[in-house]
Design a protein around this ligand. Structure first.
Ligand code: NAD
Length: 550
């Protein structure tokens, strides 16, 4: 949205047929009708072009037209494959800007930015997540029909596929609430509009108070007991501390992040609900970590294309599931990698894996002088406490020019206030991040200290779809498991049962077929025709073993 004085315009790129474009345009006109009583007096200027009065002399000129030039829409690569170029541009300009308040101009243009995805776009997102969307056919008993769902998520396109899959598995949109984690994703307004179009409520959650509000709104609307799909432990602690009377309304929690599991561990045996811990499952720890590490390192390199990392010193803080893989990927790229972990067993593991280690972080910063520091501890620090990864007095040992990347979703992973305090000046480097010019040299915190591989409208730097696909499919599978009355999960984290359930899902095998060695997957898919869902199980058979050995 461009709101400079005397000038207010916006454009939204769409991918779809002319008919799909017209449907979106009709939706936009409806919204304008809802927001501005005068908008009903609109004039059609020609095909796809409208002049919409906003009241008081202000008008909005809207045009929908085919885009010129190569694809740049949200799902262009996949959707235009074999379907021709369906790129459309929806644009709007406020006329008579001076007579409208800023708020009204922004509201009018907002109606054009928050538009649902076209059929092509949502098909393209679905194609990118075959494991997740495949559950629609594989789970036939519609287990979500009798329960509500509270889903914590990022407003990314994969949430659209997740919501559509949940609905296909029986969930009724009016019993679903999406709690938005609030990250500034490029497509967030369109994702929210799409979910609203499906009938799903979207509630923002910047903090625990917002989550409490979301829980109370959900409870007021939904009579059935609900399953929580959490990401980062937003819901569990809020239920325990701010709304314990609502706990009996929940069947259980599916948690996909370790940070969330740690939040629940605080309550020990007092935590009363079953937890389907995708975070600790073999699938997530064994398979996903590698892809995350690759996407982290790729994102770092994309942000710093001119930087020569080969042979340069790097430091990984936190040698856990992700940090171990990050260290390995960096070593694979010929960086000289040192590792620090605050836990002795992990420090020893890093030493035994051949990394330079030391029991003090400051010693590694000062002695190894890393050009790149990647922090992946994920441990929370309470308000005012020392940040978990890189912070406090250790910042004084940062060696001249270096780059710092965060992997964790924790805001406290890197001590940005500590850096700011020490900085002679702070420079905004746009999408690269923020540079703190310290006495010993400039320290650039990549991506402003947010998880460096978090998609920020730059699809190429996102975690690969296959990783998101597996995790989201396991999460939805978990929700189905907890929704069934005979789920067999005890209160608390039942890791053995979670692993057993995911094994029964056949997801790992399908993942291998889809993303593993091409030759085996191709042969089997051809041999089986469509590769029926019912024919797969969580265990490898002899013939499958043979294929993997080709
Ligand atoms: N960016 C992504 O795509 C993505 C994906 C998954 C997970 N994550 C996040 O990455 C983080 C790490 O996840 P994980 O599964 O590897 O966790 P983990 O618990 O397996 O590993 C964390 C490691 O950090 C160490 N540690 C804790 N506090 C420390 C400190 N102050 N200094 C040094 N070491 C410390 C721990 O001993 C442990 O070895 C989490 O915040 C997780 O949510 C990010």
């Amino acid at each position: 949205m461009d709101m400079r004085s005397g000038h207010a315009t916006t454009t939204t790129e769409l991918l779809g047929t002319a008919e799909q474009g017209r449907l979106v345009l009709a939706e936009v006109l409806d919204r304008l009708d809802g927001a501005f009583p005068a908008a009903a007096g609109r004039h059609r200027l020609g095909p796809g072009a409208w002049l919409v009065p906003l009241g008081g002399g202000g008008e909005l000129l809207i045009a929908l037209a085919p885009a010129s030039g190569p694809g740049s829409g949200p799902a262009s690569a996949s959707a235009s494959r074999g379907r021709g170029n369906g790129q459309l541009v929806l644009s709007a300009t406020v006329l008579g800007r001076a007579v409208l308040s800023d708020a009204d101009a922004a509201r009018a243009l907002g109606c054009l930015e928050a538009v649902p995805f076209t059929g092509w776009e949502s098909d393209a997102f679905t194609e990118q997540l075959p494991l997740l969307s495949g559950l629609m056919k594989r789970v036939r008993d519609k287990p979500l029909g009798e329960c509500g769902l509270l889903v914590v998520g990022h407003l990314l396109s994969d949430l659209v596929v997740q919501a559509q899959t949940l609905i296909a598995l029986g969930a009724r949109p009016e019993t679903m609430t999406v709690v938005d984690k609030g990250y500034p994703h490029k497509l967030r307004q369109r994702v929210e509009a799409h979910l609203a179009g499906l009938g799903v409520s979207v509630v923002p959650a910047a903090d625990k108070v917002d989550v409490e509000t979301a829980l109370r709104l959900h409870a007021a609307r939904v009579m059935e007991p609900s399953v929580v799909i959490d990401d980062g432990g937003l819901v569990g602690p809020t239920l325990m501390m701010l709304a314990p009377e609502l706990l009996p309304e929940y069947r259980g929690v599916v948690e996909q992040s370790m940070a969330g599991i740690e939040e629940l561990e605080v309550f020990g045996a007092d935590w009363p609900l079953p937890v389907f811990s995708v975070a600790q499952s073999t699938v997530k720890r064994g398979i996903e970590a590698h892809w995350i590490a690759e996407s982290v390192v790729r994102s770092i390199r994309e942000l710093l294309p001119g930087e020569a990392f080969e042979d340069a010193p790097a430091l990984v803080i936190g040698f856990g599931t992700i940090g171990e893989q990050v260290a390995s990927v960096l070593r694979g790229q010929r960086m000289r990698v040192a590792v620090y972990d605050s836990e002795w067993p992990r420090l020893l593991a890093a030493h035994e894996a051949g990394y330079l280690t030391a029991p003090e972080l400051a010693a590694l910063l000062d002695g190894h002088r890393p050009l790149l520091v990647v922090s992946s501890t994920g441990r929370g620090a309470g308000p005012g406490a020392r940040p978990s990864g890189l912070g406090g007095e250790d910042l004084d040992f940062l060696p001249g020019e270096c780059f710092v990347a965060n992997v964790s979703g924790r805001a406290s992973e890197i001590d940005l206030p500590g850096l700011a305090e020490r900085a002679e000046r702070i420079e905004d480097l746009g999408r690269v991040g923020v540079r703190y010019v310290l006495p010993r040299g400039p320290v650039t915190v990549l991506a402003d200290g947010l998880p460096v591989n978090l998609p920020r409208g730059d699809v190429s730097s996102a975690v690969p779809a296959r990783q998101s696909d597996l995790t989201m499919a396991a999460v939805v599978w978990g929700a189905c498991a907890l929704a069934r009355p005979d789920h067999g999960f005890a209160a608390g984290v039942d890791l053995a049962r979670t692993d057993e359930s995911i094994a029964e899902s056949g997801l790992v095998e399908r993942y291998y077929r889809l993303y593993g060695p091409g030759v085996g997957a191709g042969v089997r898919e051809r041999a089986r025709g469509s590769g029926g869902a019912g024919s797969e199980s969580g265990r490898r058979t002899r013939s499958r073993a043979r294929i993997s050995e080709l």
